[in-house]
Design a protein around this ligand. Structure first.
Ligand SMILES: Nc1ncnc2c1ncn2[C@@H]1O[C@H](COP(=O)(O)OP(=O)(O)O)[C@@H](O)[C@H]1O
Ligand SMILES: [Mg+2]
Length: 296
């Protein structure tokens, strides 16, 4: 699996070398509350972007609850832990997913990126320099909540997609996260994806409730990026350990994720990004400044 994955990422690297014109877009998928469909949205969006000809790298940074590999039925042999121990390079631990997407599996044995030693962070930074620029997208599956890893990954990304569903707890927890990112870390813009709702009307209602509170109390630009319906095919695909967008490409959930991916693509040349993939990992050296204090 990993040998195959290595040759895959080498191919991606070569392709990337000829496509250096646009910087890697680093987008974190985050949420205040767990279980809102963050991993499912990220994985299927990544596949949809790959179907549009993009080189996509997913980073499973939900260190406590890693599950991109489980969701896709992929056997993971090595993780970031092996990179820190010097047994493998980052390139060698990357595994291949559907439509040729690449995945950095979560680090088993590492409970927080903020607990890495300076040396481990330097190793990671050096490894990333080897793959930086090879991808059009780096999508990061952050943990839920307002812990230091969540703050770190969101602050280090170019763009933040906060996933909510219609439940009041998902809205209050999203508000708490947005508040910390805006007040303590100066984030200027966050996009919202409403997942697992019955209709677009429900999605807009959920978004309106959140944006009313945000606009009243916080100085941050909230954008409605799209919605994904509640659909039984998601559970079937999860059970089969397959991506819904591949297993049920014409289901309403797959069509919604496809248009969400189109929306992200439309932004490609429009958005001013705050840094590329190197910026993202360089923040690692300064990681202790993230998430140590908040008053949410
Ligand atoms: N649009 C949807 N329709 C139906 N079920 C969904 C949908 N999105 C997520 N789910 C269900 O919610 C579960 C949790 O999703 P997951 O992506 O693992 O959440 P998170 O990463 O936010 O914790 C999935 O296993 C799936 O059963
Ligand atoms: Mg998850």
């Amino acid at each position: 699996m990993n040998n195959h994955a290595t040759s895959h990422s080498q191919v991606v690297k070569e392709q990337g070398a000829t496509q250096m014109s646009t910087p890697t877009r680093v987008i974190s998928f985050t949420s205040g509350k767990g279980g809102v469909g963050k991993t499912h949205s990220l994985v299927n969006t990544g596949i949809a972007l790959a179907q549009r000809g993009r080189n996509v790298l997913l980073f499973d940074a939900d260190l406590g609850l890693a599950n991109i590999d489980v969701l896709l039925g992929i056997q993971v042999e090595y993780t970031l832990h092996d990179v820190f121990e010097g047994r493998k390079t980052l390139d060698e631990i990357i595994v291949e997913g559907p439509e040729g997407i690449s995945i950095i599996p979560a680090a088993s044995g590492v409970d927080s990126i903020c607990n890495l030693t300076f040396q481990e962070r330097s190793i990671l930074l050096q490894s990333v320099e080897g793959i930086a620029g090879s991808y059009d997208y780096l999508l990061i599956d952050t943990p839920a909540g307002i812990g230091s890893d969540v703050i770190y990954f969101n602050c280090a990304s170019n763009e933040i997609v906060c996933v909510i569903n219609g439940e009041p707890t998902s809205l209050t927890d999203a508000y708490a996260l947005i508040k910390v990112l805006s007040r303590k870390y100066g984030e200027k813009s966050i996009s919202i994806l409403v997942n697992n709702v019955a209709s677009e009307k429900h999605a807009q209602q959920a978004y309106s409730r959140l944006s009313r509170a945000v606009n009243q109390f916080l100085h941050i630009d909230l954008r409605y990026l799209g919605w994904v319906p509640s659909d039984a095919t998601v559970r079937d695909a999860v059970t089969d350990q397959r991506a819904v967008i591949q297993e049920y490409p014409s289901s309403k959930v797959s069509l919604a994720i496809s248009s969400f991916a189109d929306r992200i693509e439309e932004d490609y040349h429009r958005l001013k990004v705050k840094g590329g993939v190197q910026f993202f990992f360089q923040q690692l050296l300064d990681v202790n400044n993230y998430g140590k204090e908040y008053d949410a």
